[in-house]
Design a protein around this ligand. Structure first.
Ligand code: HEM
Length: 499
């Protein structure tokens, strides 16, 4: 009896193994139409992942390759992508998006995967009419809001928090991340998570736990595992149920408040309220509760790490270029004065800080938080970068390679804000500055994000001077997540209070 069971068990195991090998082979084989093109070796992907090599370090390691080959293929996130850094072709890809090129939807064929349940149908993960309708409703909310004061108040809390710590060796990762969370909490939901003062606040912990569990690469590559009894993730399902309950309660509450008190001061109201208000206009602009939940979650996710990361990178660059830090501070002090107290810049004052603004843009050129924009798929057969490709081909651009290309930016490895002070000479627009993407799918919150950086940085410059502290291994390891959406890691500064 036992003899009959064992071979059957072995057959099942062998069958599963063969299936697994086939699935892996399908994921890593180069499609026929991309064969023969220059290729980033697949082994690099695993090496970089293992060594936690940052995207900028990856670029430096393969700089010659990227400069020699404008168009190449690379394996990212489960398939081979055709990537170009030729600006004409980059423009082509950006402008075709939403026509013959689509934004790729993660786990598109597995709507029942937990990742899909989490991201829902939002402005980030949708296409064509669905996307156009959502973007039309959300965009005015962004142009109607100017949350300078909210950002300033959160920065005051950040400073108060830092002042309580040993500022001679401060790990900046968490404070910056919590600051970004508190700004977005108030500007998107009108709700203060208070993550700075209470990092264990329920919603913050819940979101972070969901994001970290859903980032498990095994489930991202093999989403159908969520349907197999042995692999079911009950803890994530529980977290998602809890998140939904919380979100829907918040939406109902906002709707009640809006009915009782129509919005008067648009500049200081949260995005969710502005979206709800837009929904009242007509049937065509109505977002369902589920869409409101999906889109506010999407905004929060899209904004949170990017904001923390770009402010962290800016502080890092200024710890390496102390003369520039001084120059930025001089400008801020000349505009806001040097009274020994935390002051929030006014919108008028921010406009006068042109060097600070230029330094923020230069940082986004040098350290783009989204180093590869490759979430794109051709929806019909066509030619991309001169190469005929069938529908379903992943395409995109390498933001770091574009922004560090000496043909587009002379002396690209010098951090030089002055390059963003020069007025454009009226040359034809080509997308060479693309930290926020370009074309119809450009970051919806570009101005909001820049405002956020300016306010926080101006206030930090008035309050502190800072230098870099090396990690215990004697290295500066400020970033270490190897692929897109990487987070700030181990930025250690010595902050000296000026008042
Ligand atoms: C420095 C900060 C930020 C950077 C560098 C950044 C970068 C980007 C990039 C590169 C894209 C385009 C991706 C693509 O084309 O595939 C994008 C899209 C988007 N971003 Fe941002 N972002 C930032 C901050 C924010 C913030 C604060 C929010 C929300 C409050 C946000 C919300 C979005 C949304 C909703 C989209 C999708 C737009 C669409 O597809 O129509 N971003 N962002």
């Amino acid at each position: 009896m036992q003899g009959a069971i064992l071979p059957l068990g072995a057959e099942v195991v062998l069958g599963l193994l063969a299936g697994l090998v086939y699935v892996i082979y399908r994921q890593i084989r180069v499609p026929a139409h991309l064969q023969g093109l220059p290729r980033v070796p697949l082994t690099n992907f695993f090496k970089w992942g293992y060594n936690k090599t940052s995207p900028l370090e990856q670029f430096f390691e393969m700089r010659d390759f990227f400069l020699q080959h404008e168009t190449y293929v690379t394996w990212v996130g489960g398939d081979w992508k055709l990537v170009t850094t030729n600006l004409e072709h980059v423009k082509d890809i950006f402008t075709k998006t939403n026509h013959t090129i689509e934004k790729s939807i993660p786990n598109r064929d597995y709507p029942e995967s937990l990742f899909r349940r989490f991201i829902g149908t939002s402005v980030i993960f949708s296409n064509h009419e669905v996307w156009a309708r959502i973007r039309r409703i959300i965009s005015p909310a962004f142009s109607n809001t100017q949350p300078t004061r909210v950002i300033g108040e959160v920065t005051k809390t950040l400073i108060a928090k830092l002042d309580k710590e040993d500022t001679s060796r401060l790990v900046m990762d968490k404070p910056l991340s919590h600051m970004a969370m508190d700004v977005l909490g108030q500007t998107i939901y009108g709700f203060n998570f208070n993550a700075l003062e209470n990092p264990d606040t329920k919603y913050a912990v819940l979101l972070q736990s969901i994001v970290s569990k859903l980032s498990n690469p095994v489930y991202l590559l093999f989403p159908y595992l969520d349907n197999l009894p042995f692999f079911r993730r009950d803890d994530v399902i529980r977290d998602l149920d809890e998140l939904d309950e919380y979100m829907y309660k918040m939406i109902d509450e906002k709707r009640r408040q809006l009915a009782a008190n129509p919005v008067r001061d648009r500049a200081n109201v949260d995005l969710l309220t502005l979206m709800l208000e837009a929904c009242e206009d007509s049937e065509t602009t109505r977002l369902s509760n589920q869409e409101l939940r999906d889109n506010t979650t999407a905004l929060f996710l899209a904004g949170h790490e990017n904001t923390a990361l770009s402010i962290g990178f800016w502080m890092y660059m200024m710890s390496k270029n102390l003369d520039l830090q001084e120059k930025c501070r001089d400008e801020v002090l000349s505009v806001m004065g040097d009274a020994p107290e935390d002051l929030i810049p006014t919108d008028e004052q921010l406009k006068q800080m042109s060097y600070l603004h230029a330094s923020i843009l230069e940082n986004l050129r040098f350290n783009p938080p989204i180093p590869l924009i490759v979430a794109r798929e051709t929806s019909v057969d066509q030619t991309i970068a001169g190469i005929p490709v069938p529908a379903g081909t992943s395409v995109g651009t390498n933001v770091i390679a574009v922004q560090h290309n000496p043909n587009y930016y002379p002396d690209p490895e010098t951090f030089n804000p002055d390059r963003f002070l020069q007025k454009s000479t009226g040359e034809r627009f080509l997308p060479k500055f693309i930290p926020f993407g370009s074309g119809p799918r450009q970051c919806i919150a570009k101005n909001f994000a820049l405002l956020n950086e300016q306010v926080v940085i101006a206030m930090l410059l008035r309050k502190y001077t800072w230098t870099l502290v090396l990690g215990e291994d004697g290295k500066e390891t400020i970033w270490s997540t190897p692929f897109s959406m990487f987070r700030i890691n181990n930025l250690i500064l010595n902050l000296k209070a000026r008042y």
